[in-house]
Design a protein around this ligand. Structure first.
Ligand SMILES: [Zn+2]
Length: 389
């Protein structure tokens, strides 16, 4: 990602750091791991997951979005903490076998955070919170502060903490502002689902649609809030370089200019968006505006597998080169998460996060990695999870 492809290449690792990259013939001596006929690439970055929902795959297929998200939210409550943790582990194991080394997860609990720590992958665990009723704002913030303090005490060099006000239909304007202030004062990354559905846009701009009706049914005052969902985030102080905007489908030219001006990252989830019938994000226009875009799988409740190359191909369309596809799934994701000083390319001084993909695999088939390392630690060998994973 940082230069031309290298035929017959070698990457030298010392500890968790890449110390040399170049042709095999010039490599310094050392202990060799021969990976065979593979593409050795930076570890793939999944810029948006809900790892604890991995067991929900296919559960609510075909439902309209409003019904889908209500059923999913209710079903999550039926899972015990141990089941959520197991579900998150399952998601990471599946991701590792597909070459994914970094996960940006939003979840109201700490299951993905713990699973990422345990399995040795890299990630940001955005602690998710809900609160559509402005009267809940103080209580939600108290809960968030406590949860984040407990998670931060358990942060590692690989797994960091962020915050995530869920979405405009589940978070009041007051709560958006309060979380944004908190994130700024604590220097935490912030992620939010935004501009995903038509119902969400209607709620924000004209106080109409399925979400508006739902909130009114809960005795919450609903009024027009902003021109668009992106405009709403700007008004509430959410936008900035520390913000990751998830989806961004319903973004017009003004919205794209706003995102660029505030230097936000974007996580586009094209397969999830297609499965839920939301349409496609203007990824090409965002890249043209120099916005930091990565791709995400979203949860397995709205996707059939975690496959970042497939997401990347879908996001970029037929005209994209293979190099652009790989870049979006690696360096693109790293930039979106502001981790590109550490990962996203195979370069001297960066973290030893990489994955090997056998050449000659069916390009339409699922992406499978034969070898994966995170921070120099081998997590997949010969296409199998290593013992401790
Ligand atoms: Zn999501």
């Amino acid at each position: 990602m940082s230069g031309p492809d290298i035929e017959s290449g070698t990457v030298v690792v010392e500890g968790d750091i890449i110390t040399w990259v170049g042709p095999r013939a010039l490599a310094p001596p050392g202990r060799d791991v021969e990976l065979g006929d593979v593409i050795l690439a930076p570890g793939l970055v999944n810029a948006h997951t809900h790892l604890d929902l991995t067991v929900m795959r296919g559960r609510f297929a075909g439902l309209p979005f409003f019904e889908w998200i209500r059923k999913l939210t209710a079903a999550r409550l039926d899972l015990s903490p141990a089941q959520l943790l197991d579900s998150a582990r399952t998601g990471i194991r599946e991701g590792l076998l597909a070459g994914i080394t970094t996960y940006a997860d939003t979840t109201p609990g700490d299951a993905p955070f713990e699973a990422m720590r345990e399995l040795g992958v890299r990630g940001i665990a955005y602690r998710e919170l809900f609160g559509p009723d402005p009267r809940q704002c103080e209580a939600s913030m108290a809960g968030l502060r406590e949860a984040v303090a407990a998670m931060r005490a358990r942060e590692t060099p690989l797994v960091r903490v962020g915050v995530s006000p869920h979405a405009p239909y589940s978070v009041s304007d007051e709560l958006f502002s309060a979380v944004a202030d908190f994130a700024r004062s604590e220097s935490l990354p912030i992620a939010t689902h935004i501009a995903e559905s038509e119902d969400e846009s209607q709620l924000v701009s004209s106080a109409e649609g399925a979400f508006a009706e739902f909130l009114r049914g809960r005795a919450i005052t609903v009024e027009p809030r902003a021109r668009t969902p992106i405009d709403l985030l700007e008004c509430r102080g959410v936008l900035g370089p520390n913000a990751l905007l998830i989806h961004c489908i319903r973004c017009d030219r003004r919205d794209i200019a706003t995102i660029a001006q505030h230097e936000c990252g974007v996580a586009s989830c094209p397969m999830s968006n297609r499965i839920l019938g939301h349409g496609a994000a203007p990824v090409a226009a965002m890249l043209d505006a120099n916005i930091r875009v990565g791709v995400g799988s979203d949860s397995m409740a709205s996707n059939d597998r975690m496959d970042m190359l497939r997401e990347s191909r879908l996001a970029l369309g037929n005209r994209a080169s293979e190099r652009e596809v790989w870049e979006l799934a690696t360096l693109g994701g790293a930039r979106a998460l502001r981790l590109d000083h550490l990962i996203g390319s195979l370069e001297r001084g960066k973290q030893a996060d990489f994955a090997a993909f056998p050449r000659g695999a069916d390009p339409g088939g699922p992406t499978r990695a034969s070898f994966v390392a995170v921070a120099g630690r081998v997590l997949v060998e010969d296409g199998q999870l290593s013992g401790s994973t």
